[in-house]
Design a protein around this ligand. Structure first.
Ligand code: DGL
Length: 281
């Protein structure tokens, strides 16, 4: 039994879709969520930069918050940094890409699957590789959706401009006649209504959230790390590298519940401390 929190991070608010699924499945677990809103979007940045951000944040969570596990609640960071995080950190690290691939390949009847993600994730080839290993029979159509993350971060997920952009970006996926669409960015579940409207009712939208939560449970139990004390209230901490008030307002609206408080940790603090060297590494 281990009551230490699980650490989650994303470029901003998107990883809350993963946090929500983990909380539903594992209500006794405490959490620390880091949204790097000062440096989002990750999807248009070089892989090396995203990997450096991921290492800074994950090691900060290990060192300062003593997290027992890291959940990389971001596809772009999973594609860029999962390997290095696993080799450098002293705690187990869970990514979101394989979980999404497993979920989509179970759901698809025709094996024609669409994948939408950031430019960085699609360009990394991580999904293409994972599908060819896990579900080689799947006929995959990939499409990058620049601009989707910004819509969620500015609270505009269900606006007319979101629908216009979605219609344009999803056209190649519609043409490919997929029966399943994998949301390969943790921000996209918050755009699900808009995306579903464009794709029509016959296409099933799949995200990695639930499958990632099962993976977290499996890893916690396999490593003797699960929190088991039902008499203890789990704690919840939110951290943003950007404006904490904006983060708190948008996070509460996306999660549909109150957020007690949001702490701010500036990126200069992350980089300064990282350069000094964390014990977590
Ligand atoms: N939620 C991140 C992902 O899953 C978004 C990356 C971004 O900031 O562009 O890829």
């Amino acid at each position: 039994m281990d009551s230490r929190p699980i650490g989650f991070f994303d470029s901003g608010l998107g990883g809350l879709s993963i946090l929500a699924a983990v909380r539903d499945l594992l209500p006794l677990e405490s959490s620390v969520y880091f949204g790097d809103t000062a440096r989002y979007p990750y999807g248009s940045k070089p892989q090396e930069d995203v990997a450096a951000f991921a290492l800074q944040i994950a090691s900060y969570l290990v060192e300062v918050y003593d997290v027992k596990m890291i959940v990389v609640a971001c596809n772009t960071a999973s594609a860029a940094a999962l390997g290095i995080l696993r080799s450098e950190l002293t705690v187990p690290v869970v990514g979101v890409i394989e979980a999404g691939v497993r979920a989509a390949s179970v759901v698809s009847g025709s094996s024609r699957v669409g994948l939408i993600a950031t430019v960085g994730t699609v360009g990394s080839g991580a999904y293409q590789r994972s599908f060819s290993e896990v579900a080689p029979n799947v006929d995959l159509t990939c499409q990058a959706c620049p601009g989707f993350v910004e819509l969620v971060e500015s609270g505009e997920a269900e606006t007319e401009s979101a629908r216009v952009l979605a219609r344009r970006l999803l056209e190649p996926i519609l043409m490919a006649k997929v029966d399943t669409l994998l949301l390969g960015c943790t921000h996209y579940p918050f755009l699900a209504r808009t995306i579903q409207d464009v794709m029509g009712r016959d296409v099933i939208l799949v995200s990695s959230s639930e499958e990632t939560a099962f993976e977290v449970r499996h890893m916690l139990e396999g490593n003797g790390l699960a929190a088991k004390d039902a008499t203890k209230m789990p704690s919840e901490v939110f951290i943003s590298s950007g404006d904490p008030a904006t983060f708190g307002r948008l996070a509460a609206s996306l999660l549909g519940r109150r957020i007690e408080s949001v702490r701010q940790v500036e990126t200069s603090e992350l980089t300064r401390n990282f350069e000094k060297g964390w014990n977590g590494l």
